[in-house]
Design a protein. Structure first.
Lengths: 439, 439
């Protein structure tokens, strides 16, 4: 028997994810090598601080503080970009691809911001870019969309893509606790970053939604072309109101394609989801994604969406795909690996025309005639009210007024919201949530 | 630009699944061809009756009544074996593999019975065997286990793998209806076959469990090495008793590996599952699989497990993988495509040592002293009772006695069951179910 091909792997970044990859790849190397028929070598790793003590044992000679040195090292076959950020990460990714290397990435912000350039560079120079870990952690959703469900077009994909937000939401709901202390606790436990805004304001979910939308439809939709709203204005009362109405609340990415109009709608917002929906019951740091294909129907995927181990599982699966490719010569490509489905003129839907049912929570003066004034405004905008819940508000002398509407659109509801906020009887900025009556 | 490679596909079998593949592949061909960079040609199809009228339009000149002629046709690159059965299907599969062709199969009975021979033949002659459609219909679980989760070892995999049984169970539970009329209705609606035994006695689930166990552990476990029990003895009362205890009942395949003893346990039986478990709430014809990996944690997959469209989605995804392979020369192999993880001495666990909690339903004479006699027998076998539900039985003068036990093993419970059945006070064959306290 001939010697197995040796494949040299370089890790750019040896933080939480990088150390997870190092640890699990070291532990499972023999099995992987036997299945792949190659020899896998963790050849180099780049770090910010060469002298920092780490949980995993990495020999000093393989360490560098220059990630570009790894990208440009002719010995390195697979470059794992696990640093995060979009500046040096982009440089490293493009440098490696220009040398025809395989890049494995968990960096959704990078893909969302520079995906078109990355895939163009990969095609042009014969490089490869794998990114299973960028969305939904250890759940192999990228592979499912691109390969397993390749026979399908996708009228609807939606799900929980950010474990931090889902943890906070679950705690608020289950403990009847306000946002601020739950966030503080999540930071203390390491479930939320010191700067939480990327997560709680919906941007991380938007980056992931962008990646999924491209995979499913071949169109790059940027966060500025989406509705993106976060969870910071939710209160325990909203969860109770939703429960009264038969719903749970989840921060969802929703990607819908209208094939007749050939429009793609991507949005990220806290969403009322029927309580019988499986995804309404996915709690804590878990992610879940519902994928409706025109052939297969609806399939559902759930699991840990983040964390060292789940992300490492996804990165290692990409390394295995990369190794299989390298073993047989890099001419081979996986299905649609540097391309997505043909775009065929599909374009992002204008935001104001997006249709939904809505949940509106107003804090109003506790005085007669308020509901009449509110109802006059909604009817003038042709927004039809489906239900009303009145109750006490936290402020003395105030009441809470929760309306749900029949289907309307963003233009009408925005205009309604503006007029409501201007009413003397309305005390606070109204809260707008969207209702998705998915099975 | 050079002409795209033409890939000729032959369908052996043009029944429900075959027609679904023909229909959806015809409809989505342009998209698939553009993504794969090949030309896909539905070149031949074999049928039993050349003159039967079919839903899909297939030109008479591509039809044959000899599937082996397709397997042996040098023009055909991909042979889809969609006939079912294990005799001609095996011949066709082996013939095509011996010619180095790619075989796509939905045939779990064939793989369970002859998998070792099939993969050995594929390796020997440079053929390929893809079988995404064989387990869980349109859910890409084969790809998830083999590629997406390749970094993992699998202490536990379990799930609902037979849509017919799950439909019957769901109807019995929701309509409080006995087995026989629900089965009859399922046959009328086309959810159950005229000969239902393959489904309701658990054999179809066992075939699929065998395929999953091999994928995850590299060991072929035959149905005779498993506990295999079906749903025919369940009654509406069992669903009510289970609900009282906080459980639902599902026909599950459960594949557990004890890494310390290096034993693999595969079993198929109606199982009490905590009502909060997502899989306990997967109803109707849907399948769901929970996969616990040592790195990724638990991930869950659900969707339609059978039917023309879902199965066609999986077959077409295999055709796409096959086409990508053919485009770049058949030297390339996907990860572990003709092999599973190294077996490393792992062996099937002896059935009598399998441990579980149990649910026992006895129909007993409604007379004093019965519980004492029953409890004497269980305690003699060191089977410890966890709860008792007494209630009326359907037979006049009889009572229903439902016991749940703490963890015990198959040897002890079988022996207990035998002695209970011999009691004069016990009127009917006792029903034994197993309880799985999975989250």
């Amino acid at each position: 028997m001939s010697e197995p091909v040796v494949i040299n792997i370089g890790l750019c970044g040896l933080g939480t994810v990088g150390q997870g990859v190092w640890k699990h790849l070291s532990a499972n190397r023999a099995d992987l090598e036997s299945r792949l028929g190659v020899s896998l070598r963790l050849a180099r790793a780049s770090v910010r601080d060469l002298h920092k003590v780490r949980d995993v044992k990495v020999a000093a000679r393989v360490l560098t503080d220059d990630p570009l040195a790894i990208a440009n090292d002719p010995e390195i076959d697979i470059v794992c970009e696990l640093m995060g950020g979009t500046d040096i990460a982009r440089e490293v990714t493009l440098a490696a691809l220009r040398l025809g290397k395989i890049v494995v990435s968990a960096n959704k912000a990078l893909i969302c911001g520079h995906g078109a350039e990355i895939f163009r560079t990969a095609r042009r120079y014969g490089g490869h870019f794998f990114f299973e870990a960028s969305v939904a952690g250890g759940i192999p959703i990228i592979k499912a969309l691109r390969e397993g469900l390749v026979a399908n077009q996708f009228p609807r994909i939606y799900g929980i893509l950010n474990g931090t937000c889902n943890y906070i939401i679950t705690q608020m709901e289950q403990q009847d606790a306000p946002y601020a202390p739950v966030l503080a606790e999540a930071k203390r436990l390491g479930y939320a970053e010191a700067d939480e805004s990327l997560d709680v304001d919906g941007w991380d979910t938007a980056h992931k939604a962008s990646v999924l939308a491209w995979l499913a439809h071949g169109v790059w939709v940027k966060p500025r072309q989406m509705i993106v709203e976060g969870i910071a204005r939710l209160t325990p009362a909203d969860f109770k109101n939703a429960a009264t109405l038969g719903y749970g609340i989840k921060l969802l990415a929703i990607i819908t394609r209208d094939f007749a109009r050939n429009e793609l709608c991507v949005r990220v917002h806290p969403t009322l989801l029927p309580e019988a929906n499986v995804i309404a019951n996915v709690n804590g740091v878990f992610n879940a994604i519902s994928v409706t294909g025109d052939v297969v129907g609806t399939t559902l995927y759930s699991g840990r969406g983040a964390g060292q181990d789940a992300t490492a599982s996804a990165v290692i699966s990409d390394i295995a795909d990369a190794a299989a490719l390298l073993k047989h010569g890099k001419g081979a490509h996986l299905i649609g690996e540097t391309s997505a489905p043909p775009r065929k003129g599909c374009r992002p839907a204008p935001l104001e025309s997006i249709r939904s049912r809505y949940y509106l929570r107003l804090t109003v003066r506790d005085e007669p005639g308020v509901l009449a004034r509110v109802a006059t405004i909604t009817s003038r905008q042709a927004v039809s009210i489906a239900s009303v819940i009145q109750g006490p508000a936290e402020t003395p002398g105030a009441a809470s007024l929760v309306l749900t509407t029949h289907e309307s659109n963003e233009r009408a509801i925005r205009s309604t919201l503006k007029q409501l906020a201007a009413l003397r009887s309305v005390l606070d900025e109204p809260l707008l949530l969207r209702i998705a009556d998915f099975d």
